[in-house]
Design a protein. Sequence first.
Lengths: 640, 519
Amino acid sequence: MDDEARLGRKGLLLDLLGYPIVLVACFGYLLLRIDPAVIYHRFAARFYLPEWRALSNVLARFEFADLPRSLYSDALSALAARPGGPVVWLSAQATECYAIGWLGSLWIAVAAVLLSMATGELIATQGGRRSNPAKFLPALAMLLIYNQCGNAMPLTLSLTVAIAAAALYGRLGNVATAPRACAFVVLLGATFYLAGAACLVLVLVAALFELWQTRQRLFAVACLVLGGAVVFYGGLWTVGHETNGWSAHLLRLPYPPLRLTVGPVAYGVVAFLVVIAVAMRLVRPRVVSRAERRRGQADQSWRHWLDTSPRDRLVILLLLLCIATAVLLPTFDSRYHAIMALDYRGTRGRWQAVLDTARDFPGGVMPTPMQHEVIRALYETGGLGESLFAYAIGPDALMMLGYERSRGDMSRLARTYFELGRLNESEWHASNWFEVFGERPVLLQLLAEINLAKGRNEVARMYLRALRRFTSHAAWAEAALRDIEQAAPLAAPVRAGGQQAVPVADSVIDTRRTSAYEERALLALLDRDPTNRRAMEYLMTHYLLSMQTGKLVAQLHRLKGLGYSHIPRHWEEAVLIHDAGADTASDLGGYTIRQRTRRRYEAFRAAMSRSRAAHHRDELAVGRELWPEFGDTYAYYYRW
Amino acid sequence: MRRVIAIIVLAVPAAVAVAIGSGVWPGVSALDVDNLTPVDRSPGVRPDVFGTVIPPNIAPLGFVVQEAGQGYHVRLSGPRGKAIDVSSDLPSIRFPSAAWLALLEANRGQTIHCDICVRDDRGQWTRYSRQTITIASEPIDRYLVYRRIRPLYNMWSSFGIYQRDLASFEETQLVDNTSFGTGCVNCHTFRDNRAEDMVVHTRGGTGGSSTILATGGKTRKVDTRTPFGSTGYGSWHPSGEMIVFAVVKVRQFFHSERREVRDVIDMDSTLVVYDVAGGRVRVPVNLSRKDRLETFPCWAPDGRTLYFSSARKPWPDDGPFPPKNYRDAKYDLMRVSYDPETGRWGTPETVLASATVGKSITQPRVSPDGRRLLCTMAEYGCFAVFQEDADLAMVDLATGRYERLAINSDQCDSWHTWSSNSRWIVFSSKRGNGLLARPYISYIDDAGTAHKPFVLPQENAEFYDSFIMTYNVPELVRDPVPVEPDAFGKVARQRLFGRRADATTGASRAVGAAPQPTR
């Protein structure tokens, strides 16, 4: 066996090994770092933008390019009837699997490998070696998109189809012009149908092929013109009447809420492929004759660089993995990912995980909806009165009044209203955001629960039947439907979130939702149902955040009926602050302020006095100094 | 050897096809339905299609058998024509369209029977008691135009006006609100069930508030603005020369207590007349009293009487919203005579007073034969669709007697339309679940009695189970609306320039950009 053959076999082995290595590396990275379940949550369960502002239609159209199957409103037949539809359909199926983290990771990893294989094939047809590690670059670019909580599946599949078609066309070098032209037309049609405007990759590669390989410039121009015409007029013909741009429907570009815009990444991948094609042709080596090869006259051109030994290729592969790591780690959008993860865990009721994520929240202040979620998590874990100020919670977090005025998504507050027992207000907000965002599982579930609580079982059934198509919520919906079937019709108890549903103070909802209205509503809930513990804690939190310590003290008489063994810490602090300001001792209805709270409060006051003296009453400096020790106290929040 | 394989490959499917066709194949039509002993019980089905009267030109009424089983067999047969046998492993039953329509056509004026058999897990068949459907002799107007929206509160995104071929399941979109910047589109109105004369209203979006007229083969934006506001509900004069519109100051609010959260009242309203040929808006004094709320105009088919709803305005102009006494607004059914030759209006008179019926009477619609008037009665106000007690009532215009229809449900029934032969009505009913309205079709016999209605059939019998949209303002028309796709959208996108019409003189610009060609 000569050296060349041995090297060839090793190379083949390395080629075969390369794909599993990349598959495993991608799978591990996706599963451990990104978690496709979070991406699924972003697309299927929750919404798109960092602050969940209302979407413009244009954005929605872009977003809908990345939908999982359960969200796709078009029937399969409608998809089959338009260019790019098959890839969209397949992508939607794959994206649906993201709901199960490991399965989604596997899908993405397999898609990345397929893209790499197609790229390798394209490189091979353009004169390079199939084993060239550069073939993994497009897959790396796709991972960048996932790094930003985007979904690159449609783009990956589109490009895979287009590149495979381009590679196939590249194999037709020795075929006569007429059959080649026919083959181009057939491939163009098939690629346009399967992958939409991604067929432009085929068009460009074919044009360059004709330009450099066969030197038929007219043919090359014809390829470009025909390809452009097919994409443009085909797009206009099929989806052109839609005002928000037919191009979005043809080339499925993801639209994550990025600092790193994905558009350039996607176009960069396309450009990379074109560059490969151009580069291969521009520096195409002199053909080495068999006689020369027998004489051992090696090709001295660039191709020699590509014809590296298996050991060198292994080194290059490892180098590429290092580069990938170096690229992927800093481009990971940890803040956005944390937002999504926190929301995902909150939706699943994993309250401790919500608090853990909030505690380590990267990049400054949490968005208002996240702060609201933390308040819910604290209530559910019994820590709302004890450790609220251990988190960066702003005064708007509880009822999101300012957030609503800035047209923020209020679906999270709809859940809170439901849990409080304010059913109609919950329905009002949930329905509004259902209209804006469409059939999202979190909203479908909430609307089903609201209608069950209101005794409208048929409406609940309808929402549940719509909900069960979502992989993430199917089991819950089926169980709820079974529960309804087993109960007598309209026999669902009018209870919401464990609380008796009661009307709020006004029979007409104040849509301006002022702070006073919210306070009145919480008080009305407590008056109707003194055991509504959530209403009590939310009311007290409202007083804490709005620094109305007097009103808080005035409501302490309700504690006994709610079974509190002691006054929660933050409320104790509020009493101490109130008493210090009013120079009185509040009637605590038999409760006392715990000594450790009193000691800590005194320590805070002493530390503040010392610090003020040291910093010449520079309040900012005092605040910075006291933060490490007293940052989690209400006294600190009250001062700063 | 290859020949043998080829013969087998061809012969097996052919034999199966022949077996199915001849009924030899088990479970298709081999079941001897007539010899199965029936149980004395009606099968549970949804939607409820049995006992109804249906037009001979309606698409197949599929249904879901709500009986547990491993297999289902349904035979539909009539005194004439070929019976239809349908077998399925699933409880959702769908009849083939051609055979269905042929059976209906053959049995006009007759009753057809439906035998439902269910196979249990031991392979035993149960035949339930025979169900019936009556085929009326008179057809229904073939197309139904409606708006499809989500259960809106005070935000909206995308919805549209659609046209459904009742003889098939084909639905086409006429107007897509996203085609003009997610504006609102509503109040589609036709002249005498004629699809070629249509008016539709838009609000917001890229084109602003406007009225779009599709008539004479053209689609154009017309200026119907008045100092009171934009026009809403309308009614074409049978001559096509004018349209009476209601101009309403509509406001929405939300209840924190009752089951239906939403409510709407018109703080003020009046009627105006739009002259189609002259492009002018006029405000007849008799139709625009300051102390009253006039709305829901409806022309009698002779064009000599205009019916409308009118209520005393119980709140001041500058009071708080919602007014404390919003329940005091109860509308009377009124009419006013009109002389087409001279253009003179008579004095309004009360046809049916709200005090008499104890309800607010709105949405009057006169039957095309002029004999009856169908209206909605609700506890108060003008927006019956958000009131659970809203019912349909028929007024005999010859005697003045009224009667609530026996087909009303315990949920809201409203937004009704007549077929051009006065034999069918379609109305929006929330009887299915209390939240979303579906179009129901009912036969009106010569005595004016409404027969048990059926829901607009869909290809998939389970369609309504998870379809979270409401059907709003169904309107029957005889032919498809002759408008190209996006014709309304193109016109709606155009800005309407010019001054607001002067309501005193009635002067208004004839408007808009160039008319859009229609089909």
